[in-house]
Ligand binder design. Structure first.
Ligand SMILES: [Ca+2]
Length: 221
């Protein structure tokens, strides 16, 4: 009995570092050298405004970033900010006036470049039409601070904003920026409690299974 336990312990000791190594390798490959959009809100009503921040994430020192944000017709940009940017020197600074595409490119002149997660720029958008508005990054660039300008870009993640009619409540009941089973659970309990406009997603004056269907249609975003 005793030697069986020892053997088991031995296996655990060998096994753990391998599992940890695999876990960190997976985590690493999912999170390196990318450009992402971070929205303040993803579920908007027509006429509402929200801010979107474009972020870079790098696992090695970088000194050049660039790309084009392709804007869908359902939204309009009202302002830009580069106040919190890690970029020191813009060769193409994002500006209002570019309607459907925003080009940006810039450099980081800090000694040693930039490693980690940082803000490139942010912009305020106004929701103009109902629908799903997808923001894409084209020609994304992340160059290493290695003297050779090696491209280290791996991926970008598009952003889908979901725009609903003005005056209707958001299906994102938990304000988590996604509609999940948690929101469905909250709405289900509201079928049996006194009427509250907050949960009347289709605005028909009652909270019913029709509202559950509206919420479920948003779960894929
Ligand atoms: Ca309803």
């Amino acid at each position: 009995m005793r030697h069986v336990l020892y053997r088991h312990r031995y296996r655990l000791m060998i096994g753990f570092p391998i599992v940890a190594l695999i876990a960190s390798a997976i985590g690493f490959s999912q999170s390196r050298d990318m450009l992402t959009f971070v929205p303040a809100e993803r579920f908007l009503e027509v006429g509402a405004t929200t801010s979107v921040t474009v972020m870079v994430q790098s696992s090695v020192p970088i000194n050049v970033v660039g790309g084009s944000v392709v804007m869908p017709p359902e939204i309009a940009i009202t302002s830009f900010s580069t106040n919190n940017s890690i970029v020191d020197l813009w060769t193409a600074e994002p500006q209002v006036g570019t309607v459907s595409q925003v080009d940006f490119s810039g450099g980081i002149i800090a000694l040693g470049g930039f490693t980690g997660t940082g803000e490139l720029f942010s912009f305020v958008i106004e929701a103009r039409e109902t629908g799903t508005a997808e923001l894409l990054l084209e020609d994304p660039q992340i160059l290493a601070h290695d003297g050779a300008g090696t491209s280290v870009f791996e991926r970008s993640v598009p952003l889908t904003l979901v725009i609903r009619e003005a005056g209707t409540p958001s299906p994102d009941l938990t304000n988590s920026n996604s509609v999940t089973i948690a929101d469905l659970g909250i709405l289900t309990t509201r079928l049996f409690t006194p009427y509250d406009t907050r949960y009347d997603l289709n605005g028909d004056g009652r909270v019913s299974t029709a509202d559950l269907l509206v919420l479920m249609r948003h779960m894929r975003y």
